[in-house]
Design a protein around this ligand. Structure first.
Ligand code: SF4
Ligand code: SF4
Length: 452
C-alpha cells in the first residue's frame, strides 16, 4: 500500500491525493474580460462536443446568416446544434483541425454586415437583470428543451451536451446540483473573471438547473484562492437556495469526481458518473449559458477564454466567438514573446499542444497557454525507479506506471485490468514522475488503440 503524499487535512474541503503545480494565475487574473473585435472569419466545427456531428443547414455557399442563426444540427440524441457566432456569409466544404489533431468539417463564415460588438455584445451576453426568484413557472422539460435548442455543452472541457446531463433518468434522482467554479488548471482565469464580473447569470443558471433536475440543494464550489469571486457569488446568491463553498486549492479539484468528493464526501464509483451518487455537476460558464438560453432564448455563440502564459506579450481574458482562430487571439494579445516555446489549447496539465494556430476555438475551449523554454522541463526520460509517486498522487487510485507498461507492451487485457478507461488524463502522475515518463501520453495513446 502506498503512502499518501497529501492526505485530506481537516478543516478544508478537498479530495485525497492530487498535486500542487505552480498556479501562475497572476498573469491574467486581474485582467477584466475584454470583447474580442469581430474576426474577419470563423470556422465553426460541426463536431465540437461529445456525440454525433452536425450536418450543415445551409447547403449553398455565400448564404447570408445573422448572429445566432442555426447553421448545423443533427437528429441524434447525444449531440448539440451549432449557431452562427458572427454575421456573415457561408463557405461550404471546409475542414478544420481541432487542437487534438482531429480533422472535422466546419461551417466557415466570412464576416459581413453589421456586427454586435464591444459593450453591446457584452450586454447581450451578460448584461441586464437575471432573476433569482419567480423561476418556478419554468417546467423542467421546457428548460431541457431550451438548453438543447441553444446547443449548450459543458464549458469545463469535456463538452458533453448539457441537455442530456440535466435530463436525469427517473431511476437516478438528483439530490444536489454542484456548480463547478474551481478552475484548477494552472494559468487559466476565464471562469474566475466570469464569476467576478457576471455572477448573476451564474446564479440564475444554477437555479434553473435545480428546477430541471428536481435537486434539493445547489452548491457552488470554488477554490480558496478566489476571494473576489467568492464575494461576488455570495452577494448575487443572497436570498436564494444557492450555497457557495470554498475548497482547498489543489489540482485537480475541478475534476467532477474530486469536486463531489471534496464538497459532499461522496465517492463516484470507478467508471461511474456523479449521477450515480445523486449529483449533477455543471461548470460556471455553462450555468451562465443556460440562464441565457432559458430566460432569453439565446444560443451559445461566444465564450470567455484566457490567453495567458509567459510566452504571450499581453495576457488577457477575452469574450470570443466560437470558431475564431487561435491566431486571432494571439494577435490581439500582442503576439508571442521571443522565448515562446509551446502553445497549449487549455491549461498545461490537461491541454493539447497546438499543431496550428489556425485551429478554431470551440465551445469547450477554456483558454490558450503559451509556455516558454524556461517553463518546459528539459530532462530526458529515464527508467522507472519504482518510487510509487505516480500512484501516490493519482486522484482516482489508479496505478499509472502499470497502465503505461501495459500500453508499451500493447497488452490491452492488462491495461483493462488496471482500469485504463477510468483515467481522467489529469496529468498528476506525469507531473510528479522523477523519471519524466510521459505517462499521460502513453495512457491517451492506449485508450485510442484499445480494441473496440
Ligand atoms: S493515471 Fe490518469 S487519473 Fe491517475 S494521475 Fe495519471 S492521468 Fe490522472
Ligand atoms: S512511473 Fe515514475 S513516478 Fe511512477 S513509479 Fe515509475 S518513476 Fe516513479
Amino acid at each position: 500500500m502506498s503512502v499518501a503524499l497529501n492526505p485530506v487535512r481537516s478543516g478544508r474541503l478537498t479530495f485525497p491525493f492530487g498535486v500542487y503545480p505552480p498556479e501562475n494565475k497572476e498573469l491574467s487574473v486581474n485582467a477584466p474580460i475584454e470583447v474580442l473585435p469581430t474576426p474577419k472569419r470563423v470556422d465553426i466545427p460541426l463536431l465540437q462536443h461529445t456525440g454525433a456531428p452536425n450536418e450543415p443547414i445551409h447547403i449553398k455557399p455565400n448564404t447570408p446568416v445573422a448572429l445566432g442563426d442555426l447553421v448545423g444540427q443533427c437528429d441524434a440524441h447525444v449531440t448539440a446544434p451549432i449557431h452562427a457566432s458572427i454575421a456573415g456569409t457561408t463557405t461550404l466544404g471546409a475542414v478544420t483541425t481541432l487542437p487534438n489533431g482531429r480533422h472535422v468539417r466546419c461551417i466557415s463564415l466570412k464576416a459581413e454586415g453589421e456586427q454586435l460588438e464591444g459593450r453591446a455584445l457584452w450586454e447581450d451576453q451578460f448584461g441586464g437583470d437575471w432573476p433569482v426568484s419567480g423561476l418556478e413557472p419554468y417546467a423542467p422539460v421546457e428548460i431541457v428543451q431550451a438548453i438543447r435548442r441553444a446547443g449548450i455543452v459543458g464549458q469545463g472541457g469535456a463538452a458533453f451536451p448539457s441537455h442530456i446531463k440535466i435530463a436525469a433518468p427517473k431511476e437516478k434522482p438528483v439530490e444536489t446540483v454542484l456548480i463547478n467554479g474551481c478552475e484548477c488548471e494552472p494559468y487559466l482565469t476565464a471562469d474566475e473573471r466570469l464569476m467576478i464580473e457576471a455572477p448573476e447569470p451564474v446564479i440564475s443558471g444554477a437555479l434553473l438547473v435545480q428546477i430541471a433536475t428536481g435537486a434539493k440543494n445547489v452548491i457552488i464550489g470554488i477554490e480558496d484562492h478566489m476571494p473576489q469571486a467568492f464575494e461576488a457569488l455570495r452577494r448575487a446568491a443572497q436570498g436564494t437556495a444557492v450555497e457557495v463553498r470554498t475548497l482547498k486549492t489543489k489540482y485537480p479539484q475541478g475534476g467532477e469526481k474530486q469536486l463531489v468528493l471534496g464538497v459532499l464526501n461522496r465517492v463516484v464509483p470507478t467508471g461511474g458518473l456523479p449521477l450515480d451518487v445523486g449529483v449533477v455537476v455543471v461548470n460556471v460558464g455553462t450555468a451562465a449559458a443556460i440562464a441565457r438560453a432559458v430566460l432569453r432564448r439565446k444560443p451559445l455563440t461566444h465564450r470567455v477564454v484566457s490567453v495567458t502564459g509567459k510566452g504571450i506579450r499581453n495576457p488577457k481574458n477575452l469574450l470570443v466567438p466560437v470558431g475564431v482562430s487561435y491566431r486571432n487571439l494571439v494577435d490581439y494579445c500582442g503576439g508571442l514573446t521571443g522565448d515562446a516555446a509551446r502553445l497549449v489549447a487549455g491549461g498545461p496539465m490537461m491541454g493539447f499542444t497546438l499543431g496550428s494556430l489556425d485551429s478554431p476555438v470551440t465551445k469547450g475551449t477554456s483558454g490558450l497557454t503559451v509556455l516558454t523554454h524556461g517553463d518546459l522541463i528539459k530532462s530526458q526520460e529515464t527508467s522507472c525507479i519504482r518510487c510509487g509517486r505516480c500512484v501516490d498522487v493519482c486522484p482516482l487510485n489508479l496505478v499509472p506506471t502499470k497502465i503505461a507498461l501495459a500500453v508499451r507492451a500493447k497488452d490491452w487485457e492488462w491495461a483493462g485490468r488496471f482500469h485504463i478507461k477510468a483515467c481522467m488524463e489529469c496529468g498528476c502522475c506525469a507531473y510528479i514522475c522523477p523519471a519524466r515518463i510521459p505517462l499521460v501520453q502513453l495512457i491517451r495513446t492506449g485508450k485510442a488503440l484499445l480494441p473496440k
